[in-house]
Write a protein that binds this ligand. Structure first.
Ligand SMILES: C[S@@+](CC[C@H](N)C(=O)[O-])C[C@H]1O[C@@H](n2cnc3c(N)ncnc32)[C@H](O)[C@@H]1O
Length: 258
């Protein structure tokens, strides 16, 4: 594989984001300051976080213009409760609480990201409405919990199924065999309150046809509800917000993409 979808390119992007000498301990986004811990996905080295905020309608939480202002479309976040999978620094989770979400639950497989999310919730005075916890997808979620929105800005780059991420940080970029995506597509709809929605932020750095194939085999349909194209270095990258909709039989849901 060559070009923008090459997982080795994303591993290099991960490495560079970790070792940059100018990597700050605090960064500014949406007119607010945010803590950034080592080993946590840095929203300042990728447009993904800013685009996610914009897709959800959270880019203007501070009352200022969002970081890039891509779409101008109304946000896709439902009022009420949010489960954010993979919260990283917690910018999206905290912005959701600041925008009026009554209950935000934020999970991440990276323990440093869980701490980082809690720090930023405290920094912005919403600790009472943002609960961050360590979990591999939904594994540690309370069984009865239901949400109006389940959202993941995912590690959308497909790595070979046998690839073993060397750091937690690499897990923010690549998903070997799309094993985590399969589990997300399969499990997320069951966590919704009536009228709720599952949203997946994906991009053309990922394998869109493979994702649709997995979704189909899991009995899910993926509808594009927002999209935008941005230049990332030498590449034009399409970002999309996909709504995950139950649409049939999940008996043939594959474990991984080979
Ligand atoms: C692209 S980053 C997005 C981070 C943050 N939401 C943002 O917008 O800045 C993807 C996040 O998903 C997390 N992640 C990857 N695999 C996961 C899994 N199996 N369970 C929970 N979180 C996971 C990563 O640790 C990372 O924080």
């Amino acid at each position: 594989m060559t070009g923008v979808r090459d997982y080795r390119l994303s591993l290099e992007r991960s490495r560079q984001a970790l070792v940059r000498e100018d990597r700050p301990a605090v960064f500014t986004m949406c007119g607010r300051e945010w803590d950034l811990l080592p080993e946590v996905f840095a929203p300042i080295y990728s447009p993904a976080t800013g685009i996610a905020l914009d897709f959800l309608g959270l880019a203007e939480t501070s009352g200022e213009a969002g970081p890039r202002g891509y779409s101008g479309a109304p946000g896709a976040l439902r009022p009420g409760s949010l489960l954010e999978m993979g919260s990283g620094t917690g910018v999206v989770a905290v912005a959701a609480a600041l925008s009026g979400c009554a209950r935000v639950v934020a999970a991440d497989i990276n323990p440093a990201a869980v701490l980082n999310t809690s720090m930023n919730a405290a920094r912005h005075g919403v600790s009472g409405r943002v609960r961050a916890f360590h979990s591999d997808l939904f594994d540690q979620l309370d069984p009865g919990e239901r949400f109006d929105t389940v959202f993941w800005s995912s590690n959308y780059v497909l790595a070979p199924v046998e690839y073993q991420p060397r750091t937690m940080h690499e897990r923010a970029y690549v998903d070997p065999g799309y094993a985590a995506h399969r589990r997300f597509l399969e499990g997320a709809p069951g966590l919704l309150a009536p009228g709720g929605t599952v949203l997946l932020h994906f991009s053309s750095r990922g394998d869109v046809p493979a994702l649709h194939r997995i979704a189909g085999r899991c009995g899910r349909r993926l509808d594009v509800v927002r999209r935008t194209v941005v230049r990332e270095g030498e590449h034009e990258v399409e970002h999309m917000l996909l709504e995950v909709i139950p649409a049939g039989d999940s008996a043939r849901c594959p474990e991984v993409v080979r």
